[in-house]
Design a protein around this ligand. Sequence first.
Ligand code: FES
Ligand code: FES
Length: 167
Amino acid sequence: MAIMINGAAVAPPEDARVSLLDLLRERLHLTGTKVGCNQGACGACTVLIDGERVLSCLTLAVQVDGREVTTIEGLGSESEPHPLQTAFIEHDGFQCGYCTPGQICAATAMLREIELGLPSYVTSDLTGNASISREEIRERMSGNLCRCGAHNGIVDAILQVARERVA
Ligand code: FES
Ligand code: FES
């Protein structure tokens, strides 16, 4: 089998102890995905697996054999940025930018979760569709920390993209 990473097939590492984060950064040089805490607490290493967000520091590369991994490099490019990347720039959703790839991967999956009607801890009506609100976005993005404190801009950027999608 192979791991599909941003559309390209990659052989899983022979050493079963290699994390997905280390495979991406150290072996494939996809350094968009960042190392923060390396223990599941900050969200800097968030990538998408089959469209769902995961912490790549807590995932072994061999676990994703046969699955589709998307990193920030696979979401957008300088010439064709992802709408969230454009919105982050418009709303000052970053300062140092270190947390940004993880924030954007998490936000991509989070918007899909809302579209699928999956509730969060703050969703009041569990029988209806989750609404797109600042409170929902804050709660759903709470696993991604920004040490620069750009959280308000991040919420504004996600809110804009969410509203554009339902418009
Ligand atoms: S580096 Fe993975 S959660 Fe912090
Ligand atoms: S922009 Fe610096 S950590 Fe978020």
